[in-house]
Structure formats: structure tokens, C-alpha cells
Design a protein around this ligand. Structure first.
Ligand code: 4NP
Length: 171
């Protein structure tokens, strides 16, 4: 998918459902979740697009966001408090219109859960929407604090482009 190609169509009436997926659901996808919800609210689209996030791993289920991810969000005016980590499973693709994963490894893991003849066309790399070009959102978990700033910058510009496309599909 390129930024100019259409999003998968909604599969049922009601809000268009977007899922954001990484490995632990405590750093990258929660940051993208908070930023996307914030931008949707600013665009007046928060009642027409729903957002959820999860990780392919189960290590952090029920935990709040990584404190470095939360601090980076707070520094930029976002509220990280409501997040609790969840785990991705095959049922997520039954109830979401678009599943956006943070890196190629997540893509492999999520695609492995798509049944034959399933809705795999709804699964894409998050940065396929990045106007600066596609790629992974690098995992900041084992690095320093600047990794979280880099993730936020990628997330913000990608979310801005994504919201423009979501506006088209829900209007
Ligand atoms: P995330 O980062 O996938 O961006 O949430 C990670 C968080 C935790 C772990 C790995 C990556 N972990 O191995 O616990």
C-alpha cells in the first residue's frame, strides 16, 4: 500500500476500526495509539474512527506504557495514562478494518495468524503511510531516550498522513 492507495473498505456499519500492533504494546504502538486518537479528535473524526493497540507478545499484558514512552508523550502534550497493554490474536482481524504493524517482524507474526482466504489485505506496515517513505518503526525498548523522540517524530508525521486517508474513507 502506498499513501495514495485507498484504505480497505469498512466491513460493517459504525466506526472504522484501526488496530496498531508492535511486539510488547508498551512503546511503539501505544505511542501511535495516543497520537492517532489525539489527531482524530482534533479533526472531529473520533466518533467515526476507533483505535486500539496490542502486542504480538504477552510479557506486558495489563501493564501501563513504558515510562520512557510515557515521558516522551507527556513532553509533547499527549496523555499516556489510560494505556494498558493487550496481546494481539487472530480475532483482532475479525473486528478491525485496518491492522497497522510497526515492523517487518510484527508483519510476519500477524500474517501467520491470518487464516487461508482471510482478510490479510487489511494488514499493512504503519509506515507505508509515512510521507518520508516506508520502513520499520525501530524498536526503542533497548536503546536510549533519543530513540523515543525518533519514534514520536515518525509516528506524528505518519499519523497526519493516515488521518487524511481515514477522513476520505469515513466521510
Ligand atoms: P514495543 O517495544 O514492541 O515497541 O512495545 C518492546 C517492549 C518490550 C519488549 C520488546 C519490545 N520486551 O521484550 O519485553
Amino acid at each position: 500500500m502506498t499513501p495514495s492507495s485507498p484504505l480497505p473498505p469498512p466491513r460493517q456499519p459504525g466506526a472504522y476500526a484501526v488496530a496498531l500492533v508492535c511486539l510488547g504494546n508498551i512503546c511503539r504502538s501505544p505511542m501511535a495509539h495516543v497520537v492517532l486518537e489525539s489527531r482524530l479528535a482534533k479533526a472531529g473524526l473520533d466518533d467515526r474512527v476507533s483505535v486500539a493497540s496490542s502486542g504480538t507478545g504477552d510479557w506486558h499484558v495489563g501493564e501501563p506504557m513504558d515510562r520512557r514512552a510515557a515521558a516522551t508523550l507527556r513532553e509533547h502534550g499527549y496523555d499516556p495514562e489510560r494505556h494498558r497493554a493487550r496481546q494481539y490474536d487472530a480475532s483482532w482481524l475479525d473486528v478491525h478494518d485496518l491492522v497497522l504493524v510497526m515492523d517487518e517482524s510484527n508483519l510476519t507474526d500477524v500474517r501467520a495468524l491470518v487464516p487461508a482466504g482471510g482478510e490479510g489485505h487489511r494488514v499493512h506496515l504503519f509506515r507505508d503511510f509515512d510521507p518520508a517513505g516506508p520502513g520499520d518503526v525501530p524498536d526503542p525498548y533497548y536503546g536510549g531516550p533519543d530513540g523515543f523522540d525518533r519514534v514520536l517524530a515518525m509516528v506524528e508525521r505518519t499519523v497526519d498522513a493516515l488521518v487524511e486517508q481515514l477522513a476520505e474513507v469515513v466521510r
